[in-house]
Design a protein around this ligand. Structure first.
Ligand SMILES: *Cc1c(COP(=O)(O)O)cnc(C)c1O
Length: 356
């Protein structure tokens, strides 16, 4: 069967070879005769898998031997909205409000202390990243969302303040581009956008920012305890961690983040140049804030929608509908999506121009 071109925003496409290996291991993990789904999480086999996953995560972010620990926990990025605040917020934290996920993070943090919204693009439906804001002294931490999955905006620079830990939700662009990841003190990402199947959440945290709040932290919420127990305080999401590990190995085999960034850039350049060229379409976001992962766009004449929808669906394109809060279309182009899939979409847009 021909596989569709999957532009889904998440859970999203992973490499076919990762799906193939994962499905084999559901029956027989590395000739052990046992399924990945039935072995103990404390078995040598699984301990090897989670160690490898941790090591690869740090390696791809260039954060090995720099005081960071990698954790694979449950609860998704949404759990990290509160877990970060639980562990780090004593008096006041600063947030940049760049979208639904950022504002959800602010809402959760308000349960633990004060938040200051340094800037917000809410009044223009989050179609840009605010840039000229001031970061005050004395914040417990500063929180950004690197890529706004729903709106298709992406931060290119990350204003910092000395001695203020920088926390970043990278759910939808982790492992997609080269950055100085050591500028961040805590990075979190739900697996299902660019790393693996839903279930695991990656947290990369610099150990020296922890242990500073005065409140008692429940065990399941406590980063320090999770580090001590190597993400195995309780049963971890075994399958999601396993497939994430396979996907991070795939990334290594394919030249790592520097090489995937080039491919991601080529995909993004292709779609955005068509959005800009084709008189029937318009982009949603400010040009300088365009995301390499999620391209949001719409038809200038919405009445043409049903006709365009029919065309892309006939070309085996999946998951192109925009999020309900933006409308239009969203082409999510995570690491495993090929340039060929983007070419198919661009050809559909070109053909549509001829026939509309
Ligand atoms: C999808 C997403 C979330 C929510 O992730 P869950 O794992 O479903 O909680 C948070 N932040 C960003 C940037 C996302 O894209």
């Amino acid at each position: 069967m021909e596989r569709p071109h999957n532009f889904s925003a998440g859970p999203c496409i992973l490499p076919l070879e990762v799906f193939e290996k994962a499905s084999q291991s559901v029956i027989d993990l590395d000739n052990s005769g046992l399924s990945i789904l039935e072995i103990s999480h404390r078995s040598t086999a699984f301990v090897g898998i989670i160690e490898k996953a941790r090591e690869l995560a740090l390696q791809h972010l260039n954060l090995q031997d720099k005081g960071y620990k990698a954790l694979f926990l449950q609860g998704g990025a949404s759990m990290q909205f509160l877990m970060t605040a639980y562990n780090l917020l004593e008096k006041k934290a600063g947030y940049l409000d760049t979208g639904t996920w950022a504002s959800n993070a602010i809402k959760e943090a308000n349960n633990f202390g004060k938040t200051e919204v340094l800037a917000s693009s809410k009044s223009s439906n989050y179609n840009y990243i605010p840039k000229d804001f001031l970061v005050p002294e004395g914040l417990d931490y500063l929180h950004y969302t690197s890529n706004n999955t729903i709106y298709g905006t992406q931060m290119k620079t990350f204003p910092k303040k000395e001695n203020t830990p920088l926390v970043c939700d990278m759910s939808s662009d982790i492992f997609s581009r080269q950055l100085d990841y050591s500028q961040f003190d805590l990075i979190y990402a739900g697996a299902q956008k660019n790393m693996g199947p839903a279930g695991a959440t990656l947290i990369v945290v610099k150990e020296d920012i922890l242990g500073k709040v005065s409140r008692a932290i429940p065990s399941m919420m406590d980063y320090q305890l999770m580090i001590k127990k190597e993400s195995m305080f309780n049963t971890p999401p075994v399958f999601s961690i396993y497939v994430s590990m396979l996907n991070l190995e795939w990334l290594s085999r394919n030249g790592g983040v520097p090489s995937i960034e080039k491919k991601n850039k080529a995909k993004a350049d292709l779609i955005y140049s068509e959005i800009d060229r084709n008189p029937l379409f318009k982009g949603f976001t400010a040009l300088e804030d365009r995301s390499m992962m999620n391209a949001t766009f719409s038809l200038k004449d919405e009445q043409l929608g049903p006709k365009f929808d029919k065309l892309w669906k006939a070309s085996h394109i999946n998951g192109l509908n925009g999020h309900r809060s933006v409308g239009g279309y969203r082409a999510s182009m995570y690491n495993a999506l090929t340039l060929d899939s983007v070419k198919v979409l661009v050809d559909v847009m070109k053909n549509f121009e001829k026939t509309a």
